[in-house]
Write a protein that binds this ligand. Structure first.
Ligand code: ADE
Length: 313
């Protein structure tokens, strides 16, 4: 299939044919170009299928969204935002699922994405109970690297959680699910949103305000969960969970790496401006302070995406 819709990524030599084919582009790729395999996951508005491109044999994940269902639930804009965010992010960061093509037919919207062969981090945590400090450090470092890149492109994810952290064939992270992202300086409405109770930052609960720093809160929640195997914030109902979030009320288990604990404590802070990595008020995020936290002392940031992942334990 021929690429479409991602004009920014086109090599210069193909610019002319790109212009010529632009009006036809939408119909050039279709689901018939793929052999569709197993279902990889199901969300509230989408199904993700494993697929192989017939021409090249390359494997992808195809996210299929039902148009009628989206329209009925007023969620059509989430598909627009996801496409916009993925195009904005491009295909240069290894930790973000790349978008190759989008197309539609009478019933569905399709997003052809990188396949993350080892599924969700959530499944891994459930299977192992919790992750070793070493594994948690590695994955936290990858999230930091991805989040810094994302924010540099003006994309705030707003729903970082282990279900959206996918693992590729080499057990490196790939972040997915940008349907609830906030895309800065975009023409689409991306404001109305509250994330997942266990990971949502207090400023979103209290004032429906989100900023880059909301992703840092979620990072703290994810690190806590990877090491302890349980949510940092969890009540018997969503309401009770959100009450705890608002107070930043959480308790560490007896055993928890000291450096990791210090990092979590510097991320799970009510005031978004005070979180580690949030920089000075009104200045861009200062992720350097996050990268230089002692928890990451043994991390080589230059080989983070080429080193093999640590053994799962
Ligand atoms: N589930 C959701 N998105 C996926 C992807 N890109 N690869 C594998 N499983 C997924």
């Amino acid at each position: 299939p021929k690429e479409l819709g991602l004009a920014d990524d086109y090599p210069k030599s193909r610019a002319a044919s790109q212009v010529r084919s632009k009006s036809r582009a939408r119909s050039e790729v279709s689901i018939d170009d793929f052999d569709v395999g197993d279902t990889l996951g199901e969300g509230s508005y989408s199904t993700v299928l494993q697929a192989t491109a017939r021409k090249t044999g390359k494997q992808y994940a195809i996210k299929v969204l039902d148009k009628t269902h989206l329209a009925r639930k007023n969620k059509t804009f989430t598909a627009k935002i996801e496409r916009l965010a993925l195009i904005r992010l491009g295909r240069q960061h290894p930790g973000i699922v790349s978008l190759y093509w989008t197309f539609q037919d009478a019933h569905s919207l399709y997003f052809v994405l990188d396949l993350a062969a080892n599924g969700e981090m959530q499944t891994l945590i459930s299977r192992l109970g919790s992750l070793s400090t070493r594994c948690a450090r590695y994955y936290t470092a990858q999230i930091v690297d991805i989040v810094e890149y994302m924010h540099s492109k003006g994309v705030i994810h707003r729903d970082l959680k282990p279900e959206n952290l996918l693992l590729d064939a080499s057990y490196r992270l790939k972040i997915a699910d940008f349907g609830t992202a906030k895309v800065l300086n975009a023409d689409v409405e991306t404001e109305r949103f509250v994330g997942t109770a266990q990971y949502v930052a207090p400023e979103l609960v209290v004032a429906n305000e989100s900023s880059e720093s909301s992703d840092l809160w979620a990072l703290g929640c994810v690190l806590f969960q990877m090491i302890s195997g349980r949510f940092a914030f969890s009540g018997l109902s969503e309401y009770l969970t959100l009450q705890k979030v608002k107070q930043a009320e959480y308790v560490f288990p007896g055993e928890f790496d000291e450096d990791a604990k210090d990092l979590v404590q510097k991320l799970l802070i009510r005031d978004p401006k005070q979180r580690l990595g949030a920089g000075e008020p009104m200045s861009p995020l200062d992720m350097r302070s996050l990268r230089s936290h002692p928890f990451f002392d043994s991390i080589d940031w230059t080989t983070l995406w080429t080193d093999p992942a640590p053994p799962l334990e």
